[in-house]
Design a protein around this ligand. Structure first.
Ligand code: C5P
Length: 333
């Protein structure tokens, strides 16, 4: 491994997991355009993206290239350019944070992302890819950025990016980047509903505002949400799935359904198939249902597919999964 200040050649492969939001409380729009959040992130081993970062010493300063490809049997319709940009921007910001973006020698940083996570689905794929790039570069260069600095670089890239540096289970506040890790506990048996259509996050937040913003205002709502959060973390710690089900919620759900009414059908199929509860993840349109066990989740995934209205059957896949981060290779060669 090259020391700080040196650039050696290396190829690093990182697994970029998806996430869901077990709870997402949203406040009014702030003067900076963002909304105040209280959320609980939970990472998933599947679906995931594979991120390969190749670093080659270069005498010509720093050069960044990023490319994304859908997997052969893809549920991803189109890859937006900004996905490639976010992974590429992660490398640029990392180099800038090293304090020598224009310095010589530099490095050519080549990023290839193979998508497994549906794009613009509310599962954090682009943010996870950006975090994977930061992890790869930190590992390659011998951890030149301290944890605080790395978190700041991640937060500049996007609200969800800091969470994906570690993954697991965490409470987030502020814009979504002030993190408090929670004990990982046991994973949750889930069925994901993965639509082949997309929703742009800013559009969903705009719709949330248009529909009147948070229900109730002022500080009282945050007091209630903190109580809700305490209930959820207690139920998670106890592994009490029916109690967890009672605390899952998402303030963006109404806005996501308003923009994309098919989401209601997908939630309905999961509920009727036997999930304890089904919710939208993040800004949607991906959804998840909580089940009583792993085998039950596999059964519910099959039943939910049959319960979809015929017009939606080709556009949604149901995936049983137990939450938690899978093995994260982060290999070096
Ligand atoms: O931070 P990120 O770039 O992922 O956010 C994407 C968009 O989502 C923002 O431009 C904003 O419209 C919306 N957003 C928000 N409040 C947050 C996080 C995101 O309004 N806390």
């Amino acid at each position: 491994m090259p020391g700080p200040g040196e650039v050696g050649r290396g190829v690093r492969r990182e697994t970029a997991p998806a996430k869901i939001n077990l709870f997402l409380g949203v406040g009014p729009r702030r003067p900076d355009g963002y909304h105040e959040l209280l959320t609980v992130f939970e990472s998933l081993p599947e679906p995931h993206d594979d991120v390969t970062v190749t670093i080659t010493p270069s005498d010509g300063g720093w050069v960044f290239r990023a490319e994304a490809a859908p997997p052969p049997s893809s549920s991803v319709q189109a890859l937006p350019r900004d996905l490639e940009n976010l992974a590429g921007r992660a490398a640029e910001r990392f180099a800038a944070a090293l304090g020598e973006p224009a310095g010589k020698p530099g490095a050519a940083v080549d990023i290839r992302v193979t998508k497994g996570i549906p794009v613009a689905a509310g599962m954090g794929g682009g943010s996870s890819d950006a975090a994977a790039v930061l992890r790869a570069l930190q590992a390659h260069f011998g951890s030149p950025l301290d944890h605080e600095r790395l978190l700041r670089v991640a937060a500049e890239l996007g609200s969800d990016v800091p969470f994906f540096l570690e993954g697991g289970r965490a409470v987030a506040r502020g814009r979504g980047h002030e993190l408090r890790p929670l004990p990982r506990g046991s994973g949750l048996p889930l069925v994901l509903g993965l639509p082949r259509f997309a929703l742009a996050t800013p559009d969903v937040y705009h719709e949330f505002d248009r529909l009147g913003g948070p229900a109730g205002g002022g500080q009282a709502i945050w007091v209630r949400r903190e109580e809700h959060l305490a209930g959820l973390t207690e139920a998670l710690a106890a592994g009490d799935l029916p109690a967890v089900a009672g605390f899952l919620g998402n303030d963006l759900e109404r806005a996501a359904v308003s923009l994309c009414p098919q989401v209601r059908e997908i939630l309905g199929a999961l509920r009727r198939a036997g999930c304890l509860v089904a919710r939208v993840s993040g800004s949607g349109p991906a959804v998840f249902g909580l089940c009583l066990g792993k085998d039950e989740a596999a059964r519910i995934a099959r039943v939910a597919a049959r319960l979809l209205p015929p017009g939606l059957r080709g556009s949604v896949s149901f995936l049983p999964v137990v939450s938690g981060v899978g093995p994260r290779p982060g290999s070096d060669n």
